[in-house]
Design a protein. Structure first.
Length: 275
């Protein structure tokens, strides 16, 4: 039986994979629609039924009606620079899809955290879902083929799911679905305040550390070594003996006189004389 955190991790990653699949489908369908629009527009311009291509300026009763809103069989509006805006729309959709796909792959997450925080780790999946719904609605607002229609509707549905996930887990949604979330969860279990008691470390002794709880009422981890063994010896003779038994030698500092003090010389009778 897995813990509830594991089911949340698996569920969020399933939504993540479906989101990546929807983005890939919209990417492929946008390229297909872009190529199809360009081909239809070229055929429309070069068609002999077009009024601009009429011989000797004579009108043809079977000529294509220029008053129609869209070029037949495409998403290109029949207006000034319509093909330019149609192509630009598809290119922007492709660029946004690539950007969102990189965000779902968490690469490079440092770039998103610095320049696009709404797609970084500090924000949840709500902003991601809103952008996916906007892309899906922009694609569905035109008459498109079946492949693009299904891809855009699938992406719009996944965007709604991401918004729901963002409302439930808020800014923690991306952290909970991250692979390193298990390590982060383990770090959160550790006490936030650790107090170590300094002791003298030797080759024959172990360092003992006492960790106290956050309130400081009673220690969380107690040392097994009796407390009396760690009593300080001070700086007197007892401290010197204890240090000598443990292998530490205390040397007597070399006597020195200040520079302004007169030099002392030994006389014949053994006494020092000051010059």
């Amino acid at each position: 039986m897995l813990p509830p955190r594991a089911y949340v991790f698996i569920g969020l990653n399933i939504v993540r994979v479906l989101s990546m699949v929807g983005l890939l489908l919209v990417f492929a369908s946008s390229i297909v629609v872009l190529v199809h629009d360009v081909q239809i527009f070229n055929a429309f311009i070069q068609s002999p039924l077009h009024p601009d291509n009429a011989v000797d300026g004579s009108s043809n009763s079977t000529a294509i009606d220029l008053n129609q809103d869209y070029i037949l069989g495409s998403t290109v509006p029949n207006q000034s620079a319509g093909i330019f805006w149609a192509i630009l729309n598809r290119l922007l959709i492709i660029f946004q899809v690539i950007f969102l796909f990189m965000s779902e792959c968490s690469w490079p997450m440092s770039f998103f955290d610095r320049f696009f925080p709404v797609l970084g780790m500090e924000f949840g999946t709500g902003a991601l879902g809103i952008i996916e719904c906007l892309i899906g609605a922009a694609v569905l607002s035109h008459r498109i083929n079946t492949f693009a229609l299904v891809s855009a509707f699938f992406l719009f549905s996944i965007g709604c799911v991401n918004m729901l996930v963002g409302l439930i887990w808020r800014q923690h949604s991306k952290t909970k679905r991250s692979i390193t979330s298990w390590r982060n969860k383990a770090k959160d279990v550790l006490p936030t305040s650790i107090v170590s008691l300094p002791h003298q470390m030797t080759s024959g002794s172990l360092t003992s550390m006492s960790m106290y709880s956050e309130k400081g009422a009673e220690p969380a981890v107690r040392s097994e070594t009796p407390q009396n063994n760690h009593a300080g010896m001070g700086f007197g003779r007892q401290g010197e003996k204890a240090a000598a038994l443990k292998g530490f030698m205390i040397n007597k500092p070399v006597e020195s006189l200040p520079r302004y003090a007169p030099k002392r010389t030994a006389s014949d009778d053994g006494h020092e004389e000051t010059q």
